[in-house]
Design a protein around this ligand. Structure first.
Ligand code: FE2
Length: 131
């Protein structure tokens, strides 16, 4: 029996589990004010960044209070993991870290989702009060 996708998205404390995206955002904001939301994987415990094992993308969603749907605020793909003529000795790496500049009209919850090519989907969330 196939699992529901929601059963395959894992979560944990980002300080203890290297796959969990850490959200850095203000707890409060003014309606219509631009704010920065930073999302990164491996902030406390670095995640591998090799050709064989890396974070492929991070997406940030926003669920406004009272809405049954989330809005995708953005998604960032990370393309460089040391690839080159000799695997993992290439000249570039992209860190799994992104900044989203957003303005929100009402309170809600930010949900970050990160995808590791070996260990799958991981999520975390943060509430934001908008006044
Ligand atoms: Fe991983």
């Amino acid at each position: 029996m196939a699992k529901d996708l929601s059963e395959l998205v894992r979560s944990a404390d980002w300080k203890l589990e290297k796959h969990v995206p850490a959200i850095t955002a203000p707890a409060e904001a003014k309606a219509g004010e631009w704010i920065d939301v930073d999302v990164s994987v491996g902030q406390e415990i670095p995640h591998p960044n090799t050709v064989e094992h890396h974070i492929v993308w991070i997406a940030l969603h926003y669920a406004p209070e009272g809405s049954p749907l989330s809005i995708e605020l953005g998604k960032v793909e990370f393309g460089a993991h040391g690839q080159g003529a000799v695997a993992n000795e290439g000249p570039a790496h992209t860190a799994p870290s992104a900044r989203f500049r957003v303005k929100l009209a009402k309170s809600g919850t930010l949900h970050a989702v990160a995808y590791c090519n070996i260990h799958g989907l991981w999520t975390s969330s943060a509430d934001i009060a908008v006044r």
